[in-house]
Design a protein around this ligand. Sequence first.
Ligand code: NAP
Length: 323
Amino acid sequence: MMTKNNVLDVLIIGSGPAGLTSAIYTARASLEPLVLEGEPSSTGDQPGGQLMLTTEVENFPGFPKGVMGPELMSSFREQAMRFGAKFETVKASKVDFSEKPLKVWVGDTTKEPTYLANTVIVSTGAKSLMLNLPRETELIGRGVSTCATCDGFFFKDQNIAVVGGGDSALEEATFLTKFASKVTIIHRREKLRASKIMQDRAFANPKIEFLWDSEVVELKGEGGLSSIVVKNNKSDASSELQVSGLFIAIGHRPNTDIFVGQLDMKDSGYLVTNSPSSQTNIEGVFACGDVQDDTYRQAITAAGSGCTAAIDAERYLESNIHN
Ligand code: NAP
């Protein structure tokens, strides 16, 4: 592990499609990036990001036959290593961006910073909020999904359900009716949070049904999801719904806790960048991928923004450090 005596040109925090694309580009530019790729945790953190929790990815360009999520991320990583990117399987615990060089800690935050860097690329991603049901993690990619755009195609002519009452749930449900024979939206209240236009669209869709005041309490199926148990939280009555797909659309949370008070963020926690660049409010700190994207959230858009951040970092170094 490098010490504070070495000031890195590029330190990348996060190793999903955004961080690894930044690593490929900055490594090819001979900037010798170091990637803090994270550590697996019980809350779903994974080196490699959210694609490590998916099965087949069919919409990543360049893979006409599809590719497994973990295999895709392993290829990204291998490509970055080929050009000299270095990896540490650790999580950043604290940052101090108040002066240069930028400081990043791993582990004990009372000690000296673990890394000093001229630029930091933040690509810590976001997490889909989950229901925290038994078997939920095991069934991700086997019926349980958090991304209709990614997985809707697998549910042609099947009965599926969507959990949530916000814009995401209604948007996903409406999109899923292109494939599914029936989509049941399960919402814990009797009033939707979604915008009126999304509600009108969903109410008008003959393939969408609503289960109000209801919560999913159990996931069933051998090898893959085959049914769910739903409880009405007013009557306490339980019923079993035969569905092969369950899309959880109850919101996302960006992984930005360690940047609070350092980087500008929206109320929702997503980092603010000076679009179309990846520049944050701190010179030399760039953000890319889902940590700053609450709109598109796709692997390919994350990868594209990782490229942007790498080029921004390279230009910053040329103008301010290597001149
Ligand atoms: P959201 O607006 O926070 O809605 C989350 C929904 O999930 C709420 O209905 C909430 O129920 C429900 N929920 C939360 N935790 C739950 C749990 N543990 N169990 C069951 N249900 C739970 O999140 P979002 O829909 O992802 O939207 C986030 C933001 O993006 C919003 O500002 C939204 O307008 C925007 N967005 C816009 C578009 C668009 O305009 N096309 C599309 C997607 C998202 P309660 O209602 O009871 O709290």
